[in-house]
Design a protein around this ligand. Structure first.
Ligand code: ZN
Length: 188
């Protein structure tokens, strides 16, 4: 197992749709193990394959809720159903999210409160998860990565502009940039 470099916004693999997983073999299981290790080292609550430079429709997640229950899994070729989004003012405390491909930054974004995830695990076994709140947000964020969409692409005014500024300030937005959890500390 290995911690993998995480691509930073501007790298083409983050901005293009990923391909379906077609074989649930040892290679995929090794990738999944590396992705879990990378997510833990970052640390993060979700990581999509394009973020480690692999253009496949695959993400891992690991998040402990306010009751101490751990939600952890791998989703290949996911399908996501979403509840309608509420309208009204954004709550920056409760609706701000971050992304390991824009390390150290956070911006508020409205998401659907509920989601149903259908996907395959690393052995190709189908499963379904009903999620609310933060877990539903994680699923939406990671699913977007598989379509080449970063949360920064979805931000409303004035947060979208602030994200563009942050990308420029950090010197991101060009191909080939990455950081290595445990070695680089981009939030410092
Ligand atoms: Zn992300």
């Amino acid at each position: 197992m290995a911690v993998l470099p995480i691509r930073i916004t501007g790298d083409p693999v983050l901005h293009a749709p990923a391909r379906p997983v077609t074989a649930f073999d040892d290679e995929i299981r090794a990738l999944v193990a590396d992705m879990f290790e990378t997510m833990t080292a970052a640390p993060g609550v979700g990581l999509a394959a394009p973020q480690v430079g692999v253009p496949l429709r695959l993400f891992v997640y690991g998040w402990t809720d306010e009751n101490g229950q751990e939600h952890r899994g791998v989703a290949a070729n996911p399908v996501l159903w979403l509840s309608p989004m509420s309208i009204g003012e954004l709550n920056e405390d409760e609706e701000s999210e971050g992304c390991l491909s824009l390390p150290g930054e956070r911006f508020p974004l409205r998401r659907s409160n509920s989601a149903i995830l259908q996907a395959f695990d690393a052995d190709g076994t189908p499963f379904e998860v009903h999620a609310d709140g933060w877990l539903a947000r994680i699923f939406q964020h990671e699913y977007d990565h598989l379509d080449g969409i970063l949360y920064a692409d979805r931000l409303a005014h004035p947060h979208g502009k602030a994200a563009v500024k942050a990308v420029r300030k950090n010197g991101w937005g060009t191909p080939g940039a990455s950081w290595l959890p445990g070695v680089d500390h981009p939030e410092d």
